[in-house]
Design a protein around this ligand. Structure first.
Ligand code: C2E
Ligand code: C2E
Length: 172
């Protein structure tokens, strides 16, 4: 039963939580935040230029980048923070009881850590990559449903991409 449960909530490629489990936790944590008047931040990170990494160095390398980025993120957040694989090359992070400015500092810290990391390709090249991020915070964002927070974080992420990537934006 434990094994079945693990498989049900885990993303195979990265060993992080999967999207379904992320939504479940976010809904609960959002209800808690509303009820208890606590802030809650959601961060969505996306690996910049992931498709061209795959094209240049192959899918095996792409998979390795996903796993290494997942570890870098997981190793640099607290146990109470919830990190999940959100989509192809997207990661989502729930920061319970965390307001907008601290969330920004945390996301920036993570962006810099990834940006400094050296990835080794199958062909022996050493390369660097970057990630972009978008943040939405309750109650600064006056949303009534958790899913709206994700939409806003996504919008902030698009702005980071539009403004040149390798940066973090929060919705104001
Ligand atoms: P943890 O709380 O699970 O945090 C895991 C990692 O997330 C930390 O690894 C660090 O890389 C990052 N991190 C978490 N909170 C912060 C923070 O406030 N600022 C920064 N810059 N990074 C943060 P690290 O540093 O190797 O710490 C490993 C574990 O040691 C932590 O696990 C925590 O259990 C404990 N720890 C380290 N420093 C402190 C501290 O100042 N106070 C407390 N209460 N525990 C600490
Ligand atoms: P800091 O790194 O500037 O973090 C300031 C505050 O941001 C922390 O206050 C905490 O409220 C929040 N914060 C930072 N990183 C994280 C995170 O990964 N997850 C969550 N949920 N919150 C985070 P706090 O706890 O009073 O810590 C004060 C300072 O103590 C931190 O300043 C940092 O310099 C140090 N510190 C605390 N825990 C750790 C740790 O696990 N690892 C490291 N390296 N430093 C830590």
């Amino acid at each position: 039963i434990e094994e079945i449960n693990y498989l049900a909530i885990t993303d195979e490629g990265t060993d992080l939580y999967n999207q379904r489990y992320f939504y479940k936790r976010l809904n609960r944590l959002f209800s808690y935040a509303k009820k208890n008047n606590k802030p809650l931040s959601v961060v969505i990170f996306d690996i910049d230029n992931f498709k061209s990494l795959n094209d240049s160095y192959g899918h095996l390398f792409g998979d390795k980048v996903l796993r290494e980025v997942a570890s870098l993120l997981q190793d640099n957040i607290r146990k109470n923070d919830i990190l999940a694989r959100y989509g192809g090359e997207e990661f989502a992070l729930i920061l319970p009881k965390t307001g907008a400015s601290i969330a920004y500092n945390i996301a920036e810290r993570i962006r810099c850590i990834v940006n400094k990391h050296i990835f080794e390709t199958g062909g022996g090249h050493k390369i660097k990559i970057s990630i972009s991020g978008g943040i939405a915070t309750y109650p600064e964002c006056k949303v009534s449903k958790a899913i709206e927070l994700i939409d806003l974080a996504d919008k902030a992420l698009y702005k980071s991409k539009d403004d040149g990537k390798n940066m973090i934006n929060s919705v104001r």
